[in-house]
Design a protein around this ligand. Structure first.
Ligand code: NOJ
Length: 719
């Protein structure tokens, strides 16, 4: 009998149920009075709390050790706690938000940032991170777009793998990696109307074809845990959904790691109207192979009764406890209850030069140049620069920034000042940040005055950390009225106006895009955001990132994504409105900035795509190529994207889908051929009979600079 089995044999049913319960760290060291308060809500007593298996959230290595000591002193079976946290895009050093990292289209960069985050987190006492979040996002109103790597399933799968590899294997030193948890299973990103926690209703085809693959990619990449989501999925809460948890995740995909609920989501099945009380929920919950209940008491409160009355058997508990203990053993907690916590090392790693350098590079490689009418890059010999806007002097680290502190991050003002010196800068706030207030004429006038006396104006606008992330959905994802007025007032007096956006989602910029010559997004760039902005603005570095989400003209276009289906009445490709075609009277159907769009400081010419054959025989491959030439004046990197359309299929396939991308760096005048191998599995899809494969027929191939443009070459798959 192995160690874990011996431990299980010595545990009482109540201890097993406690092991399956996760509470906030503060609960473990709570006073008796606090426990009484908790008991009222959760029905827990000191004995239950003493035996819990895992905690989430605590402040640092010192507190982690204190919580562990309290626990080990009180716990009857002396099983160390496992410490989990949302280490999402950094720990103390904060890297760009995942949406920004998605924009890098660079999996090596993502691995690096994840590995460094794990290094800092493990030194501070964390063993498990609730990452990666792989929810497919098609509706920019949803606040949690910032945690995702975007609207494309293929890109999300690559990024899921990269995050898992970085967090869990990225550091060679023992103890410096984190166990990972993919979330939120399943289809949480499809919340109706982009409102967080809202209902999801979708066909099995859409679920399997577009939403499930990234969770599956995470499982295949060796993720340790899966977190279920808050939403209803086709009328059944995902937290107690036997189909997704037992049939798909456990049986079909063979996942034998830990399944954890999201925060309180078992109990929320009552509010959903799916269970009548926590006991009913516990029954339903035990029917799924879920192992840990996060911050709600259904297992612990009702498990014993369900066991005594024969509704469940002890083997059900043993299976879950075994998975939890296996994870504890894997990360070394059964041997050393303090894990790799090391206060001195943490202090050394936090914000170290090495971590800051990666952070700056990552922020550069995540920023997307949306529009540039010849103003960027600015010369460092420029005279005065007005740095304006509610976010000009703030560190923009974004939601889920763990131990990161905005006051330790470089603002755009600081970044520009480091290049030009503060005496060449003027500052004006120009508008308020978060509130959608009426414009403040005085602030705008001050900003315009500052801009008119300067040689360039840099406007730092968009969203604060609190305007995206969990719970922060928005109906209107455009800039505030005051920001729009500010852009107009400043660019009226200064032709070198650069709008630097901070945002945790795609923004709707249709009403303002013509009002300034330059728009770039830094997303929420993290600790070195301002230095990265300066690197880009002065052309010390070039832009290399591309949009991982479509930017609409108007909020009401949401949901909006490039890999949509064609309607039966598609609109011709022009600006007119057509009666009885699928279009709007007042706005275009498509995005203002397409998925995959991003400019740089040079220009590229793409040839038409060329195929090595117009026929692919089953099991064979064909090659698709494009000639790319740098026709600009400086070296730059192009990101040719391979898209494929299956022209006739049942069910129908999207107008195009990303199947590959590549990066080439070319000097001025230089040209090269970029080729992609197309294989049959790149043409496969879920058929109505449940099979997965490619069907005979015609396919279109694009190698384009984004998800909307370019022309295609055709081939036929013959079986
Ligand atoms: C709720 C969030 O939905 C989830 O992403 C997070 O991991 C947990 N809370 C724990 O903080």
């Amino acid at each position: 009998m192995n160690n874990v089995e011996k431990i299980i044999e010595g545990m009482t049913p109540l201890q097993k149920l406690s092991e399956m319960t996760q509470l906030n760290g503060a609960f473990v060291s709570a006073s008796d009075a606090e426990i009484t308060g908790l008991a009222a809500d959760f029905g827990l007593n000191r004995e239950n709390i003493a035996s819990i298996g895992t905690v989430l959230n605590f402040t640092d290595a010192k507190e982690m050790k204190r919580i562990q000591d309290t626990h080990l002193a009180e716990s009857p079976n002396k099983l160390p706690l496992l410490f989990m946290m949302d280490v999402i895009h950094g720990y103390r050093t904060i890297y760009p938000i995942p949406l920004g990292l998605g924009a890098s289209f660079d999996t090596e960069l993502v691995k690096k940032c994840s590995a460094l985050a794990a290094r800092e987190a493990t030194a501070d006492g964390v063993q498990v991170t609730f990452t990666p979040m792989v929810d497919l996002v098609r509706d920019a109103r949803w606040g949690r777009c910032m945690e995702s790597t975007g609207e494309d399933t293929y890109l999300n799968c690559l990024m899921a793998r990269a995050q898992i590899e970085g967090f869990s294997k990225g550091n060679p030193e023992p103890g410096r990696n984190l166990a990972t948890c993919v979330k939120h299973y399943a289809a949480y990103g499809a919340a109706e109307a982009g409102r967080d926690y809202n209902t999801v209703d979708m066909s099995e085809h859409t679920l399997r074809e577009y939403y499930l693959p990234a969770y599956r990619a995470a499982v295949d990449a060796g993720v340790d845990m899966v977190m279920t989501s808050f939403n209803l999925l086709n009328g059944v809460p995902a937290a107690v959904n036997k189909w997704t948890i037992n049939d798909i995740l456990r049986k079909e995909w063979g996942f034998d790691g830990v399944v954890i609920t999201d925060y309180n989501s078992f109990r929320e099945t009552v509010a959903h109207g799916y269970s009548k009380d926590t006991e009913h929920c516990a029954r339903l919950a035990f029917e799924t192979e879920t192992d840990i209940e996060m911050m709600s008491p259904c297992f612990i409160k009702h498990g014993k009764k369900l066991l005594d009355t024969g509704v469940i058997d002890e083997e059900r508990l043993n299976r879950s406890v075994r998975r939890i203990l296996d994870l504890k053993e894997k990360v070394g907690m059964l041997d050393n209850p303090y894990g790799a916590a090391d206060e001195a090392l943490a202090a050394e790693l936090f914000l170290s030069d090495e971590h800051r350098a990666v952070c700056r590079d990552a922020a550069v490689r995540s920023a997307v140049l949306l529009k540039n009418d010849g103003v960027l890059p600015l010369s460092e010999d420029i005279g005065k620069v007005a740095v304006i806007g509610p976010h000009a002097k703030s560190g923009m680290i974004g939601f889920w920034s763990c131990r990161g502190r905005a006051d330790e991050a470089v603002s755009v003002y600081d970044g520009i000042s480091a290049v030009l010196g503060e005496d060449r800068l003027v500052y004006a706030k120009g508008a308020n940040g978060e509130v959608r207030e009426k414009s403040d004429a005085v602030m705008i006038k001050e900003a315009a005055d500052a801009a008119s006396a300067a040689d360039a104006a840099i406007l730092c606008l968009g969203e604060t950390a609190k305007m995206s992330g969990e719970g922060n959905s928005r109906v209107d994802i455009s800039l505030t009225d005051a920001e729009v007025e500010l852009i107009r007032a400043v660019s009226a007096v200064n032709k070198n106006t650069v709008v630097v956006l901070f945002n945790g989602r795609a923004l709707a910029l249709g009403n303002v895009i013509d009002d300034a010559p330059v728009f770039m997004t830094m997303w929420q760039p993290g600790t070195e955001g301002g230095s990265a902005a300066a690197d880009l603005i002065f052309g010390r570095r070039d832009f290399t990132a591309r949009l991982p989400v479509s930017f609409p003209y108007h909020s009401a276009q949401c949901p909006l994504y490039y890999n949509r289906m064609s309607t039966g009445r598609p609109k011709p490709k022009d600006d007119k409105h057509y009666m009885y075609k699928s279009n709007y009277i007042d706005y275009p159907n498509g995005p203002l900035f397409a998925f995959g769009h991003g400019l740089c400081y040079t220009e590229f010419e793409f040839s038409e795509p060329v195929l090595s054959s117009s026929v692919m025989h089953t099991g064979g491959t064909i090659e698709a190529s494009v000639r790319i030439k740098n026709v600009g004046k400086r070296e730059g990197s192009a990101l040719p994207q391979l898209y494929i359309r299956d022209v006739v299929a049942c069910p129908v396939r999207p107008v195009r889908e990303l199947r590959g991308f590549s990066r080439v760096t070319l000097k001025p005048g230089e040209e090269t051929t970029v080729s992609f191998e197309i294989t049959e599995d790149m043409l496969a899809f879920h058929r109505p009979d449940g099979s997965f494969g490619a069907d005979e027929g015609e396919f279109h191939v694009y190698i384009s600079r984004d998800g909307e443009s370019g022309s295609y070459a055709e081939f036929e798959l013959v079986k």
